[in-house]
Write a protein that binds this ligand. Structure first.
Ligand code: C2E
Ligand code: MG
Ligand code: MG
Ligand code: MG
Length: 278
């Protein structure tokens, strides 16, 4: 009985700290958006599985350093931004930063993460397109990544906005594939161009036959539907070798490079070409 009570108390305490955290993050994020500093975008290379099979692409990943809170991981602040609606101004701010960086990244293609909440706001695709065009950037250079979690929202506006983005020339990728509930029906119905296999699956391929079979079947499914396949979270040579063998088109992960500012990836910069794989 006592133990039960203690469990409850501990649970409440954790909820409380999370709540305070959430409030502080919200307040500081609001401030960052008004004052316009502390927010950055880093880029992680997405490399062709087979050399010569295409140019390197990059995924844009939000980074935030707050004067009060220090570095806050995107897992945390994106969640708060989504819950509070701040994801809308934050998303536009990040898009501006990416567009400004794209002249550094030469002709490379860049993938941008977009949350369900952003896609649920009517007119999203139109505004997104207008901003990209106003920077003189061709839509085909930008891929929009949406997590597989959008499927559970089953929202008509999301579908309309995705269709509009595709219609306007952006490519669409379904992110974190395997963690959600995307059905084959959904995939065929929506204008996706590619899938990103979640890193939990990538991790499993070294564990034996089961993991291999699973990733193999995802790749087979994607092939049958004419979708390109990126494997995320590739951390070592062994994983890279297996993923090439299975037939992934592109590989992304710390093994090929950690996220870094655009300037680190500038092709003919006098400084070394970006951070070394770890
Ligand atoms: P994601 O879109 O699935 O991005 C991939 C995440 O995996 C990134 O985490 C990246 O740093 C990490 N990663 C890459 N390679 C490896 C690896 O080899 N091993 C491991 N363990 N991790 C690896 P990050 O940057 O912390 O971002 C986390 C999530 O936050 C993203 O997951 C995405 O869902 C969200 N996010 C990040 N930036 C944005 C943004 O600008 N807008 C929105 N809406 N969401 C964003
Ligand atoms: Mg992503
Ligand atoms: Mg992902
Ligand atoms: Mg992920």
């Amino acid at each position: 009985k006592l133990r039960e009570t203690l469990e409850v108390v501990r649970y409440d305490k954790r909820m409380e700290t999370e709540d305070i955290d959430h409030k502080r993050i919200e307040r500081e994020l609001r401030r960052a958006l008004i004052e316009g500093h502390g927010l950055e975008v880093h880029y992680q290379p997405i490399v062709p599985a087979n050399p010569g099979a295409g140019p390197t692409r990059y995924e844009a990943l939000a980074r935030w350093t707050s004067p009060e809170l220090g570095k806050v991981s995107p897992e945390r602040f994106i969640k708060v931004a989504e819950a509070t609606g701040l994801i809308l101004p934050l998303g536009w701010k990040l898009l501006d930063l990416v567009c400004a960086d794209m002249c550094l990244l030469d002709k490379a293609r860049v993938s941008i993460n977009v949350s369900p909440t952003q896609l649920m706001s009517r007119g999203f695709a139109e505004k997104f397109t207008a901003i990209v065009l106003s920077h003189g950037i061709a839509p085909w250079r930008i891929e929009v990544e949406v997590t597989e979690q959008i499927v559970v929202r089953d929202d008509a506006t999301i579908e309309q906005e995705l269709i509009a983005l595709s219609h306007n020339g952006f490519t669409l990728a379904l992110d974190d594939f395997g963690t959600g509930f995307a059905s084959i029906g959904y995939l065929t119905q929506m204008p996706f161009d590619g899938l990103k296999i979640d890193r939990s699956f990538v991790r499993s391929i070294e564990d034996g036959q089961q993991g291999m079979r699973m990733v193999r079947s995802i790749v087979g499914l994607a092939r049958a539907m004419d979708l390109s396949i990126v494997a995320e979270g590739v951390e070592n040579e062994a994983e890279a070798v297996l993923l090439r063998r299975i037939g992934a088109d592109y590989l992304q992960g710390y093994y090929f490079g950690r996220p870094a500012p655009a300037s680190a990836w500038v092709k003919d910069s006098p400084t070394p070409k970006g951070p070394k794989p770890v």
